[in-house]
Write a protein that binds this ligand. Structure first.
Ligand code: 13P
Length: 252
């Protein structure tokens, strides 16, 4: 079976003012002109989303949000509704990032509600999973990631899976410069692939992109992306430098 179109997304986290975000995306546009065969997205902060939406119009860069709530509207201070993201042309939402799980108490159940609401509103859900260092050292990686995938995707159909992306981000590799070896990453990706096929069927399960995230850089991207079940990357630090992010995209 042929691999799905690779998907490289930049998670800007809580970085870049509006002016900096515009400058970054303009520089990126110049760097990747004419690049094809790969899906590309950037995830700015909420305040910069609308202006970046304007800047990427007509380019091959799509827009992602860093979170989305499951309700349509109401008393949910600090949250953002799916339709509010659609309104400004946001195609994707990152859901359940380990920083949200670690610092803001997100649970698998909440991740599931957010992801299903995004998909029901036509927004692609990038569902993040990954083990901590303690969990890896205790030999629990596949169990932890398996639970996050199974609980996070509960109730989703094969039809829903067309708007689904999984990002495997080992927590110990995020922002630390420690990248998982290609064998470590591929092992977990293959496990996730089995779970996707079990839930959605072989064909739909094979079509879901599984991104790797955690210290992805121009120097390690090509080797990671060559693995059979690695279909892209979710990039933090290196996505804040247009030349580095473009080099990762070109490594596809
Ligand atoms: P780094 O690329 O900075 O390690 O961050 C990865 C990440 O958390 C992307 O969501």
């Amino acid at each position: 079976m042929t691999k799905p179109t690779p998907f490289i997304a930049g998670n800007w986290k809580m970085n870049e003012t509006i002016a900096e975000a515009i400058a970054l995306v303009e520089a990126l546009k110049a760097e990747i002109q004419g690049v094809s065969g790969v899906d590309i997205a950037v995830a700015p902060t909420f305040t910069a989303l609308d202006r970046v939406a304007g800047a990427v119009k007509g380019s091959n860069i799509q827009l992602a949000a860093q979170n989305v709530h499951w309700e349509k509207s109401g008393a949910f201070t600090g949250e953002i509704a799916p339709a509010m993201l659609s309104e400004i042309g946001c195609a994707w939402a990152i859901i359940g990032h380990s920083e949200r799980r670690q610092f803001f108490g997100e649970t698998d159940e909440g991740v599931n509600k957010r992801a299903r609401a995004a998909i029901a509103n036509g927004i692609g859900a990038i569902v993040c999973v990954g083990e901590t260092l303690d969990e890896r050292e205790a030999g629990k990686t596949l169990e932890v990631v398996g639970r996050q995938v199974t609980e996070g995707l509960k109730g989703m159909s094969a039809e829903d899976s067309r708007l689904l992306v999984i990002a495997y981000e080992p927590v110990w590799a995020i922002g630390t410069g420690k990248v998982a070896t290609t064998a470590q990453a591929q092992e977990v990706h293959a496990h996730i692939r089995q779970l996707l096929k079990a839930q959605f069927g072989d064909e739909a399960g094979a079509a879901v992109r599984i991104q790797y995230g955690g210290s992805v850089k121009p120097s390690n991207a090509a080797e990671l992306l060559a693995q059979p079940d690695i279909n892209g990357a979710l990039v933090g630090g290196a996505s804040l430098k247009a030349a580095d992010f473009a080099a990762i995209i070109k490594a596809v």
